[in-house]
Design a protein around this ligand. Structure first.
Ligand code: GDP
Ligand code: IMO
Ligand code: MG
Length: 419
């Protein structure tokens, strides 16, 4: 069998969690392949709302195995909180969640290093989620990281050495911290983590595939935050693109099946960095208000703007997207006119290719499309779509060259239309 991949095509928060939950009944296994508790994946159903950070979004569907893959970074303290919050609502997870031995650990000192580095950068800061993501992946790449599998072999010494190294790094910053309190909850988290099945997930997944199981790989963040192809340096520290599913789960490229690329019918971003179609006017505020655009991890207001087809064409290319998923279409319900950026004017030359530098020296070129001015949130079938909405979808499909297979009209599981 093949592995289908679902990932964000913009700057994150496209609605990945919701769609993974909707698609899970078609799969046997849902696996996260990168990122960590910087993610906040929101699911709403039966009047309840859940925000998942490290746990895959297939967790609420009966009889499915969820895997935290080797490409993910895990903070045991935050993991424990997340698990306990779900347990408190009656969900038991130990029988349906497994964790890769090769996933790297986010230590308390990684979180401190993240905060210290951001503080030192002042206005030039990345605007990270403060979860220690960058420092944890830095240790991974510099071959100093600690992995989940290390918890079972002489861990105390490895931990002490890592912390000594981190303290040395922290001493270079003007930064006060209380490590003891953080360590206490971290080690309690480690005990919680150990109650789950810790597996060699690459073997498990490949054996399951060979036996006919269907796997959905769940991405975190979005392609414009990819460490290689995103708006560097204002990116996260992992490969968020489809290739990340291969390295983050141990599956071969020829195993990739469908690639679901998710985008909002407009665009948002949290944190610093370029955002060519960002709006600073009342339309931007309307998108923020209608879309409740406040970060699910940090609560920060998200920056809002029009859909950027230049950036989308780029990320569709990088990911080999086979099906598009359009989210939050309802947020545009009240707009008279909708704008879509179709190309950039770079120093007087029109281009449809994303330039190396999207900070300055260029201008987005928009086309205007008529809004549908209809409340779509209660629609349950494609047949009810207003003509202007169908035209918007057709326009996007033509511009992007990939069919829109799923449309989302609200945060609830039920507000989803599969075409
Ligand atoms: P993720 O990180 O990609 O899983 O997305 P987030 O959960 O961070 O952000 C998406 C937000 O939009 C969440 O608050 C969802 O509940 C909400 N949402 C998802 N789909 C829709 C939709 O179609 N319409 C509206 N209005 N909200 C949606
Ligand atoms: P989900 O999975 C939106 C952004 C941060 C910051 C940059 C680096 O919910 O879509 P990091 O903490 O990763 O070092 O921060 O990346 N960022 C996200 N933005 N959604 C996310 O995840 C994000 N995860 C990280 O705001 O700009
Ligand atoms: Mg999110």
């Amino acid at each position: 069998m093949k592995v289908d991949v679902l990932l964000g095509l913009q700057w994150g928060d496209e609605g990945k969690g919701k769609v993974v939950d909707v698609l899970t009944p078609k799969y046997d296994i849902v696996a996260r392949f990168q990122g960590g508790p910087n993610a906040g994946h929101t699911l709403e159903f039966e009047g309840e709302k859940y925000i998942l950070k490290s746990i895959p979004s297939g967790i609420f569907q009966e009889g499915k195995m969820n895997i935290i893959g080797n490409g993910v970074v895990i903070d045991p303290a935050l993991f424990k909180k997340e698990v306990e919050a779900l347990e408190a609502t009656g969900h038991t997870l130990t029988d349906r969640l497994s964790i890769s031995k090769k996933a790297h650990l986010i230590l308390p000192t990684h979180r401190l290093l993240d905060a210290a580095s951001e503080k030192a950068m002042g206005n030039a800061k990345i605007g990270t989620t403060g979860r220690g993501i960058g420092p944890a992946y830095t240790d991974k790449i510099s071959r100093n990281g600690l992995r989940v599998g290390d918890l079972f072999h002489n861990f105390e010494e490895k931990y002490k050495n890592a912390v000594a190294r981190h303290k040395e790094q922290l001493s270079q910053y003007q930064f006060e911290y209380d490590l003891e309190a953080l360590e206490k909850e971290w080690f309690e988290g480690v005990e919680k983590l150990k109650t789950f099945r810790i597996i060699e997930s690459e073997h498990f997944i490949n054996k399951q595939l060979a036996g006919g199981a269907k796997v959905l790989a769940e991405g975190a963040q979005g392609s414009m935050l990819d460490i290689d192809f995103g708006s560097y340096p204002f990116v996260t520290s992992s490969n968020t693109i489809c290739a990340g599913a291969c390295t983050g789960l141990g599956i071969a490229p020829n195993r990739i099946g469908e690639v679901f690329g998710i985008f909002k019918a407009y665009c948002t971003r949290v944190g610093s960095g370029p955002f060519p179609t960002e709006l600073f006017d009342e339309d931007g505020q309307l998108l923020r208000d209608n879309g409740k655009e406040y970060g699910s991890v940090t609560g920060r207001p998200r920056r809002c703007g029009w859909i950027d087809l230049v950036a989308l064409r780029y990320t569709i290319m990088l990911n080999g997207v086979t099906r598009l998923v359009m989210m939050k279409s309802d947020v545009l319900d009240s707009f008279e006119t909708i704008k879509a950026c179709v190309s950039y004017n770079v120093n007087g030359v029109e281009t449809e290719d994303l330039p190396f530098d999207i900070t300055e020296g260029f201008e987005p070129i928009y086309v205007d499309l008529p809004g549908w001015k209809t409340d779509m949130t209660k629609m349950r079938s494609e047949d009810e779509f207003p003509e202007e909405f169908n035209n918007y979808i057709s326009f996007l499909e033509e511009e992007l060259g990939v069919p829109v297979a799923i449309v989302s009209l609200g945060p609830d599981r039920a507000q989803t239309i599969i075409r």
